[in-house]
Write a protein that binds this ligand. Structure first.
Ligand code: LLP
Length: 409
């Protein structure tokens, strides 16, 4: 499952210090090729959901693959532009945002998916038919690994519910909107291929109401394996079923529709490693704690989603296996794993968390006034620093220091 060897990770930790995020560009390339070759027979386009990991060097690598990019804020759009993506290859799938951000995105010339009737109406008033736009629909389908990452069900805040189609169509005709794309995204960690097919079926009912569509967007959410024996979305099967679904539903007015996907995890999860160091071992009657120099300030997925991340002691790979509870140094409960079998752990050993590329660094924080880790990218056999570790002054950078109190009168 891992492409970087323990030896490589040890020497990177030695060179750059810990905690350290390491990304392997070749893994990202491999994942992209898996997708593009599986879907070779369907006109498909992939937009990397960059919310998973936005380091600009990673974005540049992904742009270099010919992959497009999906953004969830105007700042992500600006990062993508800075990374060199052409505006035509940038999609801004908005949710719950102020209309001014949509205006800004329009000014930057990127694709936009609008997720509320209110913003759709404002868009219609301002731009009418002059700028093509997509609609983010809520298909009322339950999908995804857990409720926190499930976004398409009938209580989700995301998208315009499909049952409000009449209202959408009224806006489209009142403002002569140019609807180019219909989008759905049902969640993350979607193992079941049929969830995507159900989404397509919902869209097929709606597509005939829109006469200027050139694409449909099925969002992201492909599941990746986090541990041995873990299932992943069967991408070749999905590609086959998507093709069949389109072959069986020729578009009534003969329009060709491109199929868009927005994979995040699938592209970067396995490419990322978080290398930490054991600060303290603590034997208790309940468990033996291995306390590392990290915490939910660096990798929140185990605590927030109860996500499983494989952990290895790369300093003692042949040590006798024992059970440890791996915890962080945050002044709050931050358990990465409870009673996990690891090769014997000693203070100073390096523990690696696998599958840390997606939503790892990206969801990190400075909680407890701790530094965010450095990030390193291994590309073409060479490692380079792509984000330096925080320093003390970074914690103060935006704070107002030595403020003089101004007294009234
Ligand atoms: N498109 C849209 C509109 C999304 O909201 C998302 C993810 C994606 C694409 C990409 O989904 P992916 O392929 O990465 O599953 N932080 C959580 C995942 C939340 C995903 C949010 N939206 C985690 O660490 O599991």
């Amino acid at each position: 499952m891992s492409l970087l060897s323990q030896q490589e990770l040890r020497s990177l930790a030695h060179e750059y210090g810990t905690p350290l995020y390491v990304y392997d560009a070749a893994t990202i390339t491999g994942q992209y090729k898996k997708l593009s070759s599986a879907f070779a027979e369907t006109d498909t386009r992939f937009f990397y959901a960059c919310k998973a990991l936005t380091n600009i060097q990673v974005l540049k690598h992904i742009n270099g693959l010919g992959c497009s990019v999906d953004c969830s804020s105007i700042n992500e759009v600006k990062l993508a532009l800075r990374a060199g993506f052409d505006p035509g290859n940038i999609l801004y799938t908005s949710n719950g945002i102020h209309f001014s951000e949509i205006e800004e995105a329009q000014g930057l010339g990127v694709h936009i998916n609008i997720d509320s009737l209110s913003n759709l109406e404002k868009f219609g008033r301002k731009f009418g038919h002059s700028y093509p736009v997509g609609i983010r629909l809520r298909p009322n389908i339950m999908g995804g690994g857990n409720l926190k990452v499930s976004t398409g069900h009938d209580k989700s805040k995301f998208g315009i519910p499909v049952d409000q189609l009449d209202k959408i169509l009224t806006l489209v005709s009142t403002h002569n909107l140019y609807i180019q794309n219909l989008h759905i995204h049902t969640g993350s960690d979607i193992k079941d291929v049929d969830t995507f097919i159900k989404g397509i079926d919902v869209l097929f009912d709606i597509i005939p109401s829109f006469h200027e569509l050139d694409s449909i967007d099925l969002g992201g959410g492909f599941k990746v394996p986090y541990q041995e024996g873990d299932a992943e979305t069967d991408i070749p099967l999905l590609a086959k079923k998507v093709k069949e679904a389109f072959d069986n539903h020729p578009n009534s007015d003969g329009r060709h529709l491109q199929v868009w996907f927005e994979p995040g995890k699938f592209l970067v999860s396995a490419a990322g490693y978080l290398v930490t160091e054991v600060n303290v071992l603590k034997e208790t009657s309940a468990t033996t704690f291995a306390g590392v120099n990290s915490g939910f300030n660096h990798l929140i997925r185990p605590m927030f989603y109860e996500a499983y991340h494989r952990i290895e002691n790369i300093s003692n790979p042949t040590g006798v296996q024992k059970e440890y509870s791996v915890v962080g140094n945050i002044c709050e409960t931050d358990t990465f794993a409870w009673d996990r079998k690891l090769n014997e752990v000693r203070e100073g050993d390096l523990l690696v968390f696998y599958n840390a590329g997606a939503y790892g660094f990206e969801m990190s924080s400075n909680f407890n006034s701790r530094f965010k880790p450095a990030e390193v990218l291994v590309e073409n056999g060479k490692a380079r620093l792509i984000r330096r570790r925080d320093e003390f002054e970074d914690l103060l950078r935006n704070q107002v220091i030595n403020q003089e109190l101004k007294m009234k009168n």
